[in-house]
Design a protein. Structure first.
Length: 288
């Protein structure tokens, strides 16, 4: 993960700043969405005046990326004001965009402050089994999606990899962190948080309908992703990701999430819409 977030600069220049990055190897060959949005944040931050940090991003996933190919990131310096900077980053493969993002950066300023409280009464990460305990029955290629990733994830009430246990409700919570201690650089932790934010947010939609990831014929793709960084937090320490889905209709589902530190500090808010196609989900009158 750290290697793919360390982008290379380029001598190539147009009206934009150009960077290149590698992808993590993926069993199915598609670039992980959280990776490309985190890389886009890194690319934009490389062009920002010192002292300004990202506070929001809005991005669209345009095409599936090929994890075997490098990605080119073009950053447009849209605006630099007295307190805020705005950047547009586009990620390209084979000359066509696969992801497009606008992000805003701000100087640290004093102001009013409040936050939504972290939910109470949830089990802690040490009270929950690790991900390997839930992979029985998965195809070896599918298992690699979980065992090879740099993230430790523990679900409340349980994962939906193979089956959906318990009540079918449009909400869940997940404890998450990167698997080992990483750098002290705050920019890396902000990018890693973006990487983590795309991992499980879709599951509140699937859980509501009892749809597991292993459902034959299931098709899920992220359409867009928005994120707001509120406060700094370390990505290598446990964080609670509280997720819910207010709506699903027309082959699309909307999910939102709040990310808290283990101590209850609200670190970030996230929203994502996905395309979701479930076999036999259409009413009988609409089936072919």
């Amino acid at each position: 993960m750290l290697a793919v977030l360390d982008l290379n600069g380029s001598d190539a220049r147009t009206t934009e700043d150009i960077f290149t990055g590698h992808s993590q190897s993926m069993p199915l060959g598609r670039v992980y969405g959280g990776q490309v949005l985190a890389q886009s944040i890194v690319a934009a931050e490389r062009t920002i005046p010192e002292g300004r940090t990202v506070h929001s991003m809005h991005g669209y996933f345009l095409r599936p990326g090929d994890s075997a190919e490098d990605i080119t990131f073009a950053v447009d310096r849209i605006h630099d004001g007295r307190s805020f900077s705005t950047r547009r980053t586009q990620a390209f493969q084979e000359g066509v965009p696969i992801f497009s993002m606008i992000a805003s950066f701000q100087d640290e300023d004093p102001g009013v402050e409040h936050q939504a409280p972290m939910p109470e009464g949830l089990p802690g990460p040490d009270e929950l089994p690790d991900v390997e305990s839930h992979l029985e029955g998965l195809h070896p290629m599918s298992k690699r999606l979980f065992t090879d990733r740099p993230v430790d994830v523990r679900h409340i009430p349980s994962p939906i990899y193979v089956t959906v246990e318990g009540e079918r409700v449009p909400r869940q919570a997940v404890w998450m962190r990167v698997r080992r201690r990483i750098t002290e650089a705050p920019a890396v932790h902000r990018a890693a948080l973006a990487y983590l934010s795309d991992l499980t947010i879709q599951e509140s939609i699937l859980r509501a309908h009892g749809v597991a990831w292993a459902t034959p014929g299931l098709k899920v793709a992220s359409l867009d992703h928005a994120m707001w960084w509120h406060r700094f937090g370390r990505a290598d320490e446990w964080m609670l990701y509280v997720q819910e889905s207010p709506s699903a209709r027309g082959g699309r589902g909307l999910a939102s999430g709040r990310i808290y530190s283990a101590g209850g500090v609200l670190l970030a808010s996230v929203a994502q819409e996905i395309m979701v196609r479930v076999p036999d989900a259409a009413p009988p009158s609409l089936r072919p």
